[in-house]
Write a protein that binds this ligand. Structure first.
Ligand code: DHB
Ligand code: FE
Length: 301
């Protein structure tokens, strides 16, 4: 194996390529680019990557760019971001509450904001399109670190339909824009309750870049049935999480690594239709930033 990455010639190339010898530009970006290029060069050397292989990979990235939002969870990097944030929290002495887990690429901003204050309403329904499957109900409470009810929270919920398709991203074009998507405004007691139609597990789009990559890695591109949440509330840290159905065949084999201990409830079917009782616990916000959302670009409708 050749060993030129650490040679003065290659080191000088990488410095120049990342603009290290220039005053201008963004210093943080330059430092990250420098590391990225050196690691890439080291991988080329370690695996003796050929010209053909390099350009094949670049072509894949170019063609698959529309699916980067799906590839990131598929290769575990979105989950790694969660682990990294968990580790930073632990180091800062921040702990407790419902675990975070990946947002995924399929949130749509601007879904209907509905009244979910259970002193005023007892029927919050997420599913507006006909869906010939069982009704799922979910309820529970939103508390803070001391068990206090969280006042005036907004619970964002989104999930697939019984075909495993999300509204707005449905290849069959069958769904109305906000089917199975709502923002639920809770009351002062922090209690929530909603009904919708039972989702099916999601599979990455057939023939797409994510599926091609999964096949080349000898993996599948399936997720267990799941329901996504953001929780925002004044004075609390915004939570990004999801529940995955604990009795789904893929519950412990999620291609997007979104399943986590504590987020795998098994629906109670003793009353006929599946019901999930799930309590959210939020951390208190330590800064304005904690109360906001990440700046990840999101679809809006
Ligand atoms: C993907 C799809 C999802 O529904 C999700 O929650 C996370 C990831 C994906 O296609 O990568
Ligand atoms: Fe999802």
């Amino acid at each position: 194996m050749t060993n030129i990455v650490k040679s003065p010639q290659v080191q000088a190339l990488l410095d120049r390529a990342a603009g290290i010898d220039q005053d201008g530009g963004n210093p943080r970006l330059k430092a990250i680019m420098r590391d990225l290029l050196e690691n890439l060069a080291a991988i080329i050397e370690r695996h003796d990557i050929s010209e053909d292989e390099f350009w094949l990979a670049l072509g894949f990235l170019q063609e698959g760019a529309g699916e980067f939002g799906l590839i990131a969870p598929g290769v575990g990097i979105e989950h790694f971001l969660d682990l990294h944030m968990d580790a930073k929290d632990a180091e800062a002495g921040v702990s407790g509450g419902t675990p975070r887990t990946i947002e995924g690429p399929l949130y749509v901003a601007g879904s209907p904001l509905v009244d979910g204050d259970l002193t005023r309403t007892n029927d919050v329904n997420l599913t507006t399109d006909p869906d010939d499957t069982e009704t799922l109900t979910m309820s529970g409470r939103m508390t803070g670190p001391d068990g206090e009810p969280v006042k005036d929270a907004i619970l964002h919920v989104w999930h697939a339909n019984s075909q495993g398709f999300y509204s707005h991203f449905d290849p069959t074009g069958a769904q109305s824009p906000f089917n199975n998507r709502r923002r639920i405004k809770l009351g002062p007691d922090g209690r929530y309750s909603f009904r919708s139609k039972m989702p099916r597990g999601y599979s990455c789009p057939p023939g797409g870049a994510t599926e091609k990559l999964m096949q080349a890695l000898g993996r599948h591109g399936d997720r267990p049935a799941h329901v996504h949440f953001f929780v925002e509330a004044p004075g609390y840290r915004t939570l990004t999480t999801q529940i995955n159905f604990g009795d789904d065949p893929r519950a412990h084999d999620d291609f997007a690594f979104g399943t986590r201990e504590g987020l795998l409830p098994v629906p109670d079917r003793s009353g006929g239709n599946p019901h999930i009782e799930f309590d959210f616990q939020l951390q208190r916000a330590r800064s304005d930033e904690d109360e906001g959302f990440s700046e990840r670009p999101r679809t809006a409708a």
